[in-house]
Design a protein. Structure first.
Length: 118
């Protein structure tokens, strides 16, 4: 049976060419984190504005997978290219990721409840 510990190195190996490309394009780990944050806001807005269409909810798991990949790339850039942040960014980075989760989950929970009790 395949475990998460076997999947992580394979997932990172799959993403490594993208991390190399981003590094060569002078994209930093913090920029990847900010892009993921803005992406979460955009997806939440799209889902919030188009909640009456059921197909729009497909964006949520798709975005969560993309965001997971961006998070892995962010970590690879930080470790492999010595882009680890200072103390302030080390403190805020997990909070930014938690806010992204909250944004997606909370807005969409509110939408589902609103549609259910219409």
């Amino acid at each position: 049976m395949l475990s998460i510990y076997q999947l992580k190195p394979k997932f990172q190996a799959f993403l490594r060419p993208y991390a190399i490309y981003l590094h060569d394009a002078n994209i930093t780990a913090n920029q990847v984190t900010l892009a993921a944050c803005f992406g979460s806001i955009i997806v939440a807005l799209f889902v919030g504005l188009l909640a009456q269409y059921q197909w729009i909810f497909v964006l949520i798991p798709l975005w969560m997978f993309i965001r997971m990949a961006l998070n892995a790339i962010d970590g690879m850039l930080a470790r492999e290219y010595h882009q680890k942040s200072n103390y302030v960014n080390e403190y805020t980075n997990p909070h930014v990721k938690n806010e992204q989760n909250s944004l997606i989950y909370d807005i969409n929970t509110d939408i589902v409840l609103m549609l259910r009790y219409r």
